[in-house]
Design a protein around this ligand. Sequence first.
Ligand SMILES: [Zn+2]
Ligand SMILES: [Zn+2]
Length: 331
Amino acid sequence: MKVARFHAPGDIRIEEAPRPEGGLVIRVRNCSTCGTDAKIYKHGHHHLAPPRVMGHEIAGEVVGTGERVQVIAAIPCGTCAECRRGRMTVCPDQESMGYHYDGGFAEYMAIPDKVVAVGGVNPIPGGVSFAEASVAEPLACVLNGQELARVSDGDDVVVMGAGPIGCLHVRLARARGAARVFLADVNADRLAKAAALVEPDAVIDDDAVAQVLKLTGGRGADVVITAAASGAAQEQALTMAARQGRISFFGGLPKDDPIIRCDSNLVHYRELTIVGANGSSPAHNARALDLIASGQVPVADLITHRLGLDDVLEAIALVSRGEAIKVTIEP
Ligand SMILES: [Zn+2]
Ligand SMILES: [Zn+2]
């Protein structure tokens, strides 16, 4: 079978590999790409020991039974103190598909037993395509983020960052009953493209704090989500939040530049809540599939590019250049 294997930064090869046998094996139908794949291609990743088949947004058919399934990306251990408390997204022993185990940029892939053990193989509901199901993984992460930030009825929500994750945040905030959703990005082209698809109540292209205050009559936003690796966006988020506002630092910052300035008195007097977000649990993945199946969070139109396995490098280039919303590989 054919696979796309990472050997070193800048070195991903399309290669022949033996088809996995024994245990649960799936015929991969869609494996979508995300910003992390572009980052790995450029810099590698400390959790990824090459050579490794990449790809972690996975949907396919079980070999033998033909069952249509979606597979989790982040694998909690299921037994540590956090997992036992139901906090699987912060399992310190978490491993990942495409990092610790061969991923979905392949015609076939073996599903590790520990993925099955934590309920990480979800049946795809009828009416949901493999391509849509592959987007359940990033949507699950977005769902975790909005649960922690308690996005709910009547909220004014600002999403900073108009990439695929930002688009999913806009759609999910609406599904959770947000009153208004505003989408911000410093890249006007990307913002326009995303806004045409997800139709926020307003777009914000610069001077984000002033614009949010204007749009909210000086109150600020109930929830601000930073879906960008930007410390500046995080600092702005703190100053555009309403009283008792919740701020989600959804996107992490570069490892070598993670420090921001935070006016602690803003947090104190305005009773702000700052939350993080680290991937998703198996249960989030199942619920993300339900959100897609019920039509509450449509994702089909966010898939702007479909490429074959031979074109993985082109897919990663599209993601890096920010020219696509969602690029999916169909091995
Ligand atoms: Zn991803
Ligand atoms: Zn654990």
